[in-house]
Design a protein around this ligand. Structure first.
Ligand code: 6PG
Length: 252
């Protein structure tokens, strides 16, 4: 595993997706312990998609479950698809199956995006209100950790190339149109919220991400075509975790 600093980010290349999940689990546990030592709740926004499932299962395993104070951990979501809650495409369902149910987490600490309702705009507004209520503030919420994935098109969360959500400067949560399967409306955190996080951790695995990862991290600035380039925390850490396949195109 090697680690170099590329501009504003740390880049860590793990042997495979299992070691990537393990590295992420250690980081998650360390950050949650730091919050706990400070007597503060740990607020994390989960990534959707498939890659994070290994991490969530690991966090719920005997190896990690006891290392985290789940009673003071508040689980949010970076984005959600507008599908039924029992749909295979529902990010909340994936988190429920891999993390929430196995740990039997208290529902009061789980803040899902109700994107299964008919109106995505209403879902976005309601989620922003839930975030504001939890953080007790009208100023930009600061998550302790935002987990992100990156699509092969360079999107992150549901911030897809050439979509209106990319330039949202005020709202915390918006509806957006998809750029990849499933082609359903999405509800997503916006860049102001993501970039206000204390820690951002990308989880990127697989050969299909290698070319895009190289363009995002080492190519020219093109944030509308490569939205992941817009993840630049103002006052926080940014770490990219890759497996070797996804890092193949990076010249480190
Ligand atoms: C979503 C995810 C999305 C995901 C990427 C990468 O709702 O689709 O939030 O941003 O992280 O598409 O997904 P994989 O890690 O499964 O490739």
């Amino acid at each position: 595993m090697s680690s170099v600093v590329a501009g504003i980010a740390d880049i860590v290349v793990c042997k495979n997706s299992d070691s990537l999940a393990l590295d992420a689990a250690h980081r998650f546990a360390a950050l949650s312990s730091a919050a706990s030592r400070g007597g503060k709740p740990f607020r994390v926004a989960l990534a959707g998609g498939n890659t994070p499932a290994k991490l969530y299962k690991l966090l719920a395993s005997p190896r990690f479950r006891g290392a985290i104070d789940w009673r003071s951990t508040h689980v949010f979501f970076g984005d959600e698809r507008c599908v039924p809650i029992d749909s295979e495409f529902c990010n909340y369902k994936m988190a429920m199956e891999t993390l929430i149910a196995p740990l039997n987490l208290d529902g009061a600490t789980i803040h899902r995006i109700h994107a299964d309702q008919p109106d995505p705009e209403m879902a976005a507004e309601q989620y922003a209100q839930e975030i504001a209520q939890h953080f007790g503030a009208t100023t930009l919420p600061r998550f302790d950790l935002v987990l992100l994935g990156m699509g092969s098109d360079g999107h992150t969360a549901s911030l897809f190339p050439n979509t209106t959500a990319l330039t949202e400067a005020d709202r915390w949560v918006v509806r957006n149109e998809p750029g990849l399967q499933p082609f359903v409306p999405r509800v997503t955190l916006t860049f102001p919220v993501i970039n206000n996080a204390a820690n951002i951790l990308f989880l990127v695995a697989g050969k299909d991400k290698a070319e895009t990862a190289a363009r995002v991290l080492t190519g020219p600035s093109a944030p509308h075509q490569l939205p992941s380039q817009s993840v630049q925390p103002g006052d926080g850490s940014l770490t990219w975790l890759f497996d070797r396949d996804a890092a193949h195109g990076l010249i480190l």
